[in-house]
Design a protein. Structure first.
Length: 123
């Protein structure tokens, strides 16, 4: 059998149909025990890193601070509760103020509460 050159192989590839090339790939896979499939594992770490960051959090009022009235006003604004219910909620600190909140909204809530003198945590 005559030895094929690179040029012979490239010429064959240029002239072969898709079906011919598919058969060639299958034959190479069977003969040499390899696969022509593209590796997918490279995309997995990026997806895992995306999933690792929480998308939604719960905002907790840890402590009220010196300005209880100011904190109650902010809690009323955030939750839509009436004055009595907002006061009861603030008196229970540490307490969950809002759950399943997107992180951007949680940052806004945290800023409002800390500006009023409270300490806020995410869970």
């Amino acid at each position: 059998m005559a030895k094929l050159t690179k040029e012979d192989i490239l010429t064959y590839l240029d002239e072969a149909t898709i079906l011919d090339l598919n058969d060639l790939v299958k034959a190479i896979e069977e003969k040499y025990g390899v696969t022509a499939a593209a590796p997918v594992a490279a995309a997995a770490p990026a997806e895992a890193a995306e999933d690792a960051a929480p998308k939604n959090v719960a905002v907790w009022l840890a402590t009220v601070g010196d300005s209880k009235v100011g904190v109650i006003k902010v809690v009323r604004e955030i939750t839509g509760l009436g004055l009595v219910d907002a006061k009861k909620l603030v008196d229970q600190a540490p307490v969950e103020i809002k759950k399943d909140v997107p992180t951007e909204e949680a940052e806004t809530i945290k800023k409002k509460l800390t500006d009023a003198g409270a300490t806020v945590e995410y869970k």
